[in-house]
Design a binder for this molecule. Sequence first.
Ligand SMILES: Cc1ncc(COP(=O)(O)O)c(C=O)c1O
Length: 395
Amino acid sequence: MFSSRTNWNTNLNRLAGLIVEKQLRGESILDLSESNPTRCGFSYPKQEIISSLTDESVLLYQPEPRGFHSARTAIADYYRALHVSVTPDQIVLTASTSEAYSFLFKLICNTNEEVIVPQPSYPLLDFLCQINDVKLLQYRLAYDGEWHIDFESLQSAFTSRTRAIILVHPNNPTGSYLKQNEFERVCALAAEHNCAIIADEVFQPYSFSHDTRRASILASQSSVLLFSLNGISKLLGLPQLKLSWIVVSGHPKQITKALNRLDIIADTFLSVNTPIQTAIPKLLCFASDIENQIRLRVQTNYKLLQKIFAGSNTSIFQIEGGWYAILQLPQIHSDDQWAEEIFTHQNVIVQPGHYYGIEQKSCIVLSLLPILDIFENAVIKMHKFIEKNSSYKNN
Ligand SMILES: Cc1ncc(COP(=O)(O)O)c(C=O)c1O
């Protein structure tokens, strides 16, 4: 009856089961996995957002595979302000970044061909590959106080069926940006193996510090076929309005071929709704305000986290950007056990590191997005619990 590609284990895992039980009992829970910006107390320009979505022109249906020219022009202008030269014709709108990945997998991969993704990284990539019948191979990110691509693992991942290398810049959850020298090596490998590069840049604005070594992926104007992904779920903190885009760059002949095919894929779905395409030129005017609020929140929470755990036997991984932090807890428990213990005894939700493919033992992942008071309260509770329990075990 059902396809084997959807033959997933749909049972709740133990942690999710415990969470549901406590929710049903009406217990108060502090969620350090919260990464929905619309629930994190940011001050959005409400009236402007609502009025931008209710323009009379939304009553007319004007299907355009690549999306409205006016919307794509506004996005090209956004890039121009960042000193990145992109034309509206290089841009294809999609309803989400996940949909953009799906379109690209359809564009470049036959069944069971491969893409190489970073590990650790964003778990949805696994599902996106599965539902598109694409095989996922991994390259390792190594940590030595800073995350780097392990080029040996990347080089050895290629086979004759590899079609793309995925870069997440900055990566979720490591918060690491590629350095320009790493990006150049990746481009050389992509050219050697006749592969495309898919660069997921959704967290790009959320940098913690300036770093001259950092890659400027789109601005590099590489001749390798490159698809840069971005969207308003992170850029404007508005995931519910469903707009993302693909910027196609590389050799002009390759760009044209890719766009002609993407037009047909996009035309088959026409999934981007009219109100958001009409609204995006206005909404992008608020990008820097919302970005600043989110950047301030994640940086403040990260500093607070460092302060609370200073001098403890938990280490916090250095991050360069993004919305997440990784903590390595005392290795007396696995990551799953720690997450369950913290939740059972403190009602604080954290995610075990293996959800993201973190190889280091006993790691948990936290979102840095929650409202300051909630974050501080949850981290203090978690810190006390970890200290008490690890010193008890050590004695
Ligand atoms: C690295 C990365 N890319 C893409 C997405 C999804 O973005 P969208 O909401 O546009 O599908 C996420 C969501 O958290 C993400 O972490």
